[in-house]
Design a protein. Structure first.
Ligand SMILES: Nc1ncnc2c1ncn2[C@@H]1O[C@H](COP(=O)(O)OP(=O)(O)O)[C@@H](O)[C@H]1O
Ligand SMILES: [Mg+2]
Length: 374
């Protein structure tokens, strides 16, 4: 898949800008706060329908405006296609593919991205939420049905959370509690299977990448952990569901007492080990950065293997955060698909990477080199 061009209309700090991209490496360069990350976010939006630094879509609309439009011309599934996303304050987001109204969850069939930003370098040391987010984003792109399950889980979770929060004032709410708990277990059981299968495939891809990256010094291991009562995360959904339910029931009193949803797949963890010990607890900063890079590169390799198509790699300011050896590793691996890298003007990346250079100043872009079009 290739993004040939993107048009951003009253999106973030862009008023109306069309950016032509190279099918290979694109280097976005410019001073701070000019719109480099915003451009990546526009492409990210085309792949899934939301931004990566936002809680609300409205944050993507340029200040002082009430709507934004992002359009992308992409080559995907063997043909040229048009994706368009319209955001309007107070109105449901509109997604069009080739002029036909579609669901945001369907976008991943046309455009998949692997985003890597400096925060991801801490993914190993951060709380489990960071690793769940990594799994969820990666699986959602490969399996649109998974994204729907996650949305359903979030909906049920929110209901249950409110019941647990408010039941003392409104005891009648408790009538619905067990139904929501059951729903969460049923939905959670399917999520467990997806996560287990993903981690298994990710592990196969990540181990050789990490070995190469660490000069064969380190062996990476990944282990998916869900509720302790689930003995086999690959079992039939009914079996997993009863195991989750058993766990939930054991925590029912504690949930009522604390007012929090204590049991469920929103507590899952992706345990990462280096040479047999927990990376979260024991790895050095360099080791955790290396492991985070390995996971992201493995995500890209897995997506290629699974779909036959290389996802677009979006590297936001990560290179400047890496030492030279790690920079080299990343740069040596970005071939084979389309890549967008942001970097500051004085960056060495620009000198060391052959690619189309796009200068960005105050939400305006300018091709600085690389006349070839996507
Ligand atoms: N909704 C918005 N409307 C207008 N400008 C915005 C909006 N959101 C962010 N910006 C502006 O975009 C700029 C940051 O752009 P960004 O792409 O993050 O910069 P960088 O080039 O450093 O990656 C800031 O000046 C910020 O004020
Ligand atoms: Mg930035």
């Amino acid at each position: 898949m290739i993004v040939r061009s993107v048009r951003l209309e009253t999106f973030r700090n862009y008023l109306d800008e069309t950016v032509e991209l190279s099918p290979g490496i694109n280097i976005l360069t410019g001073l701070n706060a000019q719109g480099k990350t915003n451009l990546l976010e526009g492409i990210f939006l085309l792949s899934c329908g939301h931004g990566f630094r936002t809680r609300f879509d409205s944050e993507l609309i340029a200040f002082g405006n009430d709507s934004a439009l992002v359009s992308g011309s992409v080559f995907s599934a063997g043909r040229e296609q048009e994706i368009q996303i319209g955001l309007t304050l107070g109105v449901r987001k509109r997604v069009f593919v080739n002029g036909v109204k579609r669901n945001a969850a369907e976008l991943s069939e046309l455009l998949r991205v692997v985003l890597f930003s400096p925060g991801d370098l801490n993914m190993i040391k951060d709380g489990a939420q960071a690793r769940r987010r990594f799994m969820d984003m990666a699986i959602s792109q490969l399996r649109p049905a998974y994204a729907k399950l996650l949305a359903e889980y979030a909906r049920l979770y929110e209901h249950k959370r409110r019941i647990l929060r408010d039941w003392r004032e409104k005891p009648a709410l408790l009538d619905a509690l067990d139904d929501f708990s059951d729903g969460l277990c049923r939905c959670g059981a399917q999520i467990v299977r997806y996560r287990a299968a993903f981690v298994q495939k990710l592990t196969e891809a990540a181990i050789p990448i990490h070995a190469e990256f660490s000069g064969r010094d380190e062996v990476l291991s990944l282990a998916y952990q869900t509720a302790g009562s689930v003995k086999d995360p690959f079992a039939l959904p009914q079996e997993i569901c009863s195991a989750l339910s058993e766990h939930q029931k054991a925590h029912r009193q504690a949930e009522l007492a604390s007012g929090n949803v204590l049991s469920g797949i929103h507590k899952d963890e992706l345990e990462i080990g280096i040479n047999g010990s927990s990376a979260r607890l024991y790895a050095s900063q360099g080791q955790t950065r290396t492991a985070a890079l390995s996971l992201k590169m493995a995500e890209r390799a897995l997506s290629l293997k699974d779909t036959g198509d290389c996802p677009i790699l979006l590297l936001d300011d990560v290179l400047s955060e890496l030492d030279e050896k790690r920079q080299e590793f990343v740069l040596s691996r970005i071939g084979g698909g389309q890549t967008l890298i942001t970097c500051c003007e004085d960056s060495r990346v620009r000198k060391r990477t052959a690619g189309r250079i796009i200068g960005i100043t105050g939400g305006r872009t300018q091709a600085l080199s690389g006349p070839e079009k996507a």
